[in-house]
Design a protein around this ligand. Structure first.
Ligand code: BGC
Length: 560
C-alpha cells in the first residue's frame, strides 16, 4: 500500500534534508575553503586569519568562487530533493493509519492492473466482431455501424457550406470555408434547454431549425431565394442507410426526445427546416462526431485512421477494411474500406464489464436516464465523471473518513446539501483539482469552498485530489485499452488518432495517462500519434457534405 504521511512529518523530512545538506556544506566545503584561506594567508607570513586580498591571490579567488557555486548548487539540490519528496508524499495523508487503509480499500478497485486492461481489450475485440457480423449484429452491444463515408479527404477539397453540430447540452451552427487545406470557420453556440432535451422530437428539430434560421439571418444568408447545402453532425447511435439517411437507434447523454428512435433524423431535420418556410437549406450528409473528427484531421494528415471523442460522451470510429464488414450492403469497389462508427459507449451493456465496475458505477447507472445502457461510457466520459467522484466523497464522508473537522460545526452545514445533490460535483472540478501540484491546493480549496465547505483542511484537499486522480486515471486507462484494440487490429505501421471532446481538452493529465497505458498495451512495432482535432466534428460534417454527389449543384460563396 502507498504510504500516507502527515504534513508535519514531511516538513520535518524536508528540514532534515536541508539541515544535513547545510552541515555538509559548512563542514566539507566552506570549512575547506576557510582552511585554504588560512593556509594562504599564513603562507604570507602573518599566521593570522586576515581579510583575504583577492587582487593578490587570484588562485584563491577562483577557489572561493567555486566554493560559493558549489554551496549554491548543494542548497539548490537539497531544496529540490526536499520539494520532490514533499510532492510525492503529500498526496497520501490522513493522520490515522487505519483510516488510510480504509480509504485505500474503498478506492482499490479504481486501480486497474495490466492483466485487467488486457481482459478489457479481449472482450472489446470480441464485441467488435459480433457487431460486424450479420448473424450476431442485432444482439451485439457494440453496434459497429458502417457509415457511408469511404474516402478520406486528401486536402484538395474546396467549398462553402453550413454545418450543425448536435451532441451535448450545447449545439453549434457553423459556416465553413474549405480551401485546399485551409479552413475558415464562423460559428455560434446555442443552448439546448433541459425541457427540449427530454421533450418531443418535433420540438427538438424545430428548436434546431430556429437557431439555424437565426444564424443565417445574422450572417445575411437569407437572400435571393437561394438554397444552401448543410452537413449535420449528430452524435448519437444511428443506423445509416446512406450518407443523408440515418435511423436513430437510441438516445444517450441525457437526451430522451419522444418520437425519434426508429426514425430518420435527416428527414426530421429537413421537415423542420421546411416547416419554417423562411430558410432554404438542404441536408446533404449526416456524420457522427467521431467521424467528423477523423475526417477533419485527415484533411491535413493522411495517416489519420481513428477518431475518438472524450467529452460529455465517449465513442470511437476507425477505417475498416470492407472484407471485415460482413454487415456491409453496398458495393465492394475501391476504396475497399468504410469508416465504422463503433458506438463503443455501449460496451459492457451485457454485463461483461461487471468484474471491474464499482458500487459507484452501479449507482451512477441506476440514477441515469438510460439505466443498464452505455456502461463503458459511464465509466469514462465527462457526463458521469464528476458524479462518480461525488458519490465516493459522500461515501467517505458517511464513513467519517473525510471532512472530519467539519462534522460538528454549525457553520459547515451547507456542504452537506451539495454532497447529497446529484450532479453537484461537475466534471470540470476534477480537471481543476488535478491542476494543483505542490502543497497549497489552491484550486482544490476553491472547489470545496464552492461546494460550501468552509476552510477545507489540508487532509480534505489531499484526499479529494486523490479520489479525482484515481477516477480520471481509470477513465484514461479504459480509453487507452479501447484505442490499443483498434491500433493492434488496424496493424498499420503509423497511425494518427484524432481526438476531440471537453474531457480530453481540459483535463490536465488525461492525454499523459492514456499514453502511458497505451505504451504497455499497443504492439511495439506500431507507431501512433494522438492529435487534437479542434472543431473537428463540425468541420468533418462539412467535409463529408462537399464530397456528396449533390454538392456540385451548389455554388455557394460565403464571405469571411
Ligand atoms: C454517442 C455517440 C457519440 C459519443 C460522443 C455517445 O453517447 O452514443 O454517438 O459519438 O457520445 O459524443
Amino acid at each position: 500500500m502507498e504510504n500516507f504521511q502527515s504534513p508535519s512529518s514531511y516538513i520535518n523530512g524536508l528540514g532534515k534534508v536541508l539541515s544535513s545538506s547545510l552541515s555538509y556544506v559548512q563542514n566539507e566545503i566552506v570549512g575547506r575553503g576557510l582552511k585554504a584561506a588560512v593556509v594562504s594567508t599564513s603562507k604570507q607570513g602573518s599566521g593570522r586569519v586576515v581579510v583575504f586580498d583577492a587582487e593578490n591571490n587570484p588562485g584563491l579567488m577562483k577557489k572561493v568562487v567555486a566554493i560559493s557555486l558549489a554551496s549554491a548548487a548543494a542548497f539548490g539540490s537539497a531544496f529540490y530533493v526536499g520539494y520532490q519528496l514533499a510532492k510525492r508524499r503529500h498526496r497520501f495523508h490522513v493522520r490515522e493509519a487505519d483510516k488510510n487503509d480504509q480509504i485505500e480499500h474503498i478506492l482499490g478497485k479504481f486501480k486497474l492492473s495490466k492483466e485487467c486492461l488486457h481482459k478489457v481489450m479481449e472482450l472489446l475485440l470480441d464485441e467488435m466482431y459480433k457487431g460486424l457480423d450479420p448473424a450476431t449484429h442485432d444482439k451485439a452491444d457494440v453496434k459497429m455501424f458502417p457509415t457511408y463515408v469511404r474516402s478520406l479527404p486528401d486536402g484538395t477539397e474546396k467549398g462553402d457550406i453550413l454545418a450543425l453540430d448536435l451532441g451535448g447540452t450545447n449545439f453549434r451552427v457553423l459556416l465553413i470555408n474549405l480551401d485546399s487545406g485551409d479552413i475558415k470557420v464562423k460559428s455560434k453556440v446555442f443552448l439546448i434547454p433541459q425541457s427540449i432535451m427530454t421533450g418531443t422530437g418535433i420540438q427538438l428539430f424545430d428548436h434546431i431549425a430556429k437557431c439555424l434560421a437565426g444564424f443565417m439571418n445574422a450572417e445575411k444568408l437569407i437572400q435571393n431565394n437561394r438554397e444552401y447545402p448543410l452537413g449535420f453532425t449528430f452524435s448519437f447511435p444511428c443506423h445509416q442507410k446512406g450518407l443523408a439517411s440515418a435511423i436513430l437507434a437510441n438516445w444517450t447523454k441525457g437526451f430522451d426526445c419522444s418520437g425519434v428512435v426508429g426514425n430518420d433524423v435527416v428527414a426530421m431535420l429537413q421537415e423542420a427546416i421546411e416547416r419554417r418556410g423562411d430558410i432554404k437549406v438542404k441536408v446533404l450528409a449526416l456524420v457522427n462526431d467521431t467521424v467528423g473528427t477523423l475526417m477533419a484531421s485527415a484533411y491535413n494528415d493522411q495517416n489519420t485512421r481513428i477518431g475518438l471523442i472524450l467529452g460529455t460522451g465517449s465513442n470511437a470510429c476507425y477505417v475498416e477494411n470492407l472484407d471485415h464488414v460482413k454487415t456491409w450492403d453496398g458495393d465492394r469497389n475501391d476504396p475497399k474500406q468504410v469508416i465504422i462508427n463503433m458506438e463503443w459507449g455501449a460496451f459492457g451493456d451485457n454485463g461483461c464489464l461487471n468484474f471491474l465496475r464499482t458500487d459507484y458505477d452501479i449507482e451512477v447507472d441506476k440514477t441515469s436516464l438510460n439505466p443498464t445502457r452505455q456502461i463503458y461510457e459511464k465509466m469514462m466520459s465527462g457526463m458521469y465523471m464528476g458524479e462518480i467522484v461525488r458519490l465516493i466523497i459522500l461515501d467517505l464522508w458517511e464513513k467519517e473518513l473525510l471532512f472530519v473537522g467539519h462534522r460538528d460545526h454549525s457553520w459547515s452545514t451547507d456542504y452537506r446539501q451539495a454532497l447529497y445533490t446529484k450532479g453537484s460535483f461537475y466534471t470540470k472540478y476534477v480537471s481543476e483539482i488535478e491542476t494543483d501540484s505542490g502543497v497549497t491546493y489552491r484550486h482544490t480549496k476553491s472547489v470545496l469552498e464552492q461546494m460550501g465547505l468552509d476552510r477545507p483542511t489540508y487532509d480534505d484537499c489531499v484526499i479529494v485530489q486523490y479520489v479525482c486522480k484515481l477516477v480520471s486515471r481509470r477513465a484514461a486507462q479504459l480509453a487507452a485499452a479501447g484505442l490499443a484494440v483498434l491500433l493492434n487490429h488496424i496493424n498499420a505501421p503509423n497511425v494518427t488518432i484524432a481526438v476531440d471532446g471537453s474531457l480530453y481538452r481540459f483535463h490536465p493529465k488525461f492525454k499523459k495517462n492514456m499514453e502511458k497505458a497505451m505504451q504497455m498495451l499497443v504492439h511495439p512495432h506500431i507507431r501512433y500519434q494522438i492529435v487534437l482535432s479542434t472543431d473537428g466534428s463540425g468541420i468533418g460534417a462539412a467535409l463529408s457534405a462537399v464530397t456528396a454527389p449533390d454538392y456540385k449543384d451548389y455554388k455557394t460563396n460565403f464571405s469571411f
